[in-house]
Write a protein that binds this ligand. Structure first.
Ligand code: BJW
Length: 254
């Protein structure tokens, strides 16, 4: 065990490892917490979160974008730079390796940073899109930037319309394929792992509820209590970058 994991967590870790090792299909849902150790701030941390100083509705809604696209784009350009400079951490790498050790693993991420893919995970379900892509506001398709549009705002190379980041804002639908695949995994899995998410934002938070309603094991990895904590068992309280490699090691020995 590392110093970041309390000794009292040992039994819970053993139990979680045994459950995962015996699973036929593991469904993992990740949130901002798994990328915190890569230097990307979470959304709701009071001091350093991405919302610090802002209300979510000021930035992550279509209304906010239509009111002041330059303001919203400045926030996204700042975050894109953070993402480009970030590297996958031990938590991302452990999940990529876990997929090779169990019969089936479905990885659903609410994160828009692409770090799971850079860690080697394949077929990642991007539930809230990807911050490094642009989407044409008019055509609603992933689009290239026009090189000669002029002005301050990025424009679509095909129609000249305004571009937006290809992410899911509040009040917007989850991409249909992502939603269908994630629902199907929550309905089929025999272990559900919730890693680094506050479990506040729906419909993503509803995936654990689907698993719970089916009576399958729901494991939570998070240093802080969340909406899910009282329903999950076992709860592995600690940072994902410390917990997941130890879990992987224990699974290897099962
Ligand atoms: C660590 C750690 C470490 C720290 N290791 N852990 C049902 C009830 C109530 C409301 C709704 C509902 N259904 C829908 C809604 C409305 C809304 C919603 O959920 N609102 C809630 C806030 C109440 N949902 C929507 O609008 C969704 N769309 C929808 O429902 O469409 C249908 C519809 C359409 C039209 C009309 C009606 C219905 C869309 C939600 C989109 C969310 N988008 C964002 C922004 C993405 C783009 C961007 O990146 O800019 O997604 S918001 C933000 O929250 C982002 C995240 O993916 C998401 C979740 O956050 P996450 O990942 O959990 O991060 P944090 O910061 O909250 O938590 C981090 C956790 O990590 C903490 O617990 C830490 O302790 C932990 N941690 N370090 C492990 N080292």
């Amino acid at each position: 065990m590392t110093s970041e994991i309390p000794a009292s967590a040992h039994l819970s870790m053993q139990r979680a490892a045994g459950t995962v090792a015996a699973a036929r299909h593991v469904c993992v849902l990740t949130g901002a917490g798994i990328s915190a150790e890569s230097g990307i701030p979470t959304f709701r941390d009071a001091l350093t979160g991405l919302w610090a100083g802002f209300r979510p509705e000021e930035l992550a809604t279509l209304d906010a974008f239509e009111r002041d696209p330059a303001f919203v784009w400045r926030w996204y350009e700042w975050r894109r730079e953070l993402v480009r400079q970030a590297r996958p951490n031990a938590g991302h790498l452990a999940l990529a390796e876990l997929a090779r050790r169990v019969p089936r693993l479905t990885l659903v991420t609410q994160n828009v940073d692409g770090l799971h893919q850079r860690a080697g995970s394949v077929d990642v379900i991007e539930y809230h899109g990807n911050i490094l892509r642009d989407r044409c506001l008019a055509e609603q398709i992933v689009a290239e930037r026009s090189r000669d549009a002029g002005g301050d705002l990025p424009r679509c190379a095909s129609c000249g319309g305004l571009l937006r980041p290809d992410v899911v804002w509040f009040g917007e639908m989850i991409p249909a394929v992502a939603m269908r695949l994630a629902d199907a995994a929550a309905e089929d899995c025999d272990v559900f792992m919730s890693v680094g998410t506050s479990s506040l934002v729906y419909p993503a938070a509803g995936l654990a509820e689907i698993a719970l309603s089916r009576g399958v094991a729901v494991i939570e990895i998070n240093p802080n209590p969340t909406e899910l904590t009282t329903h999950a068992d076992p709860v592995l309280a600690g940072p994902a970058g410390a917990i997941l490699p130890v879990l992987l090691d224990l699974i290897g020995r099962n």
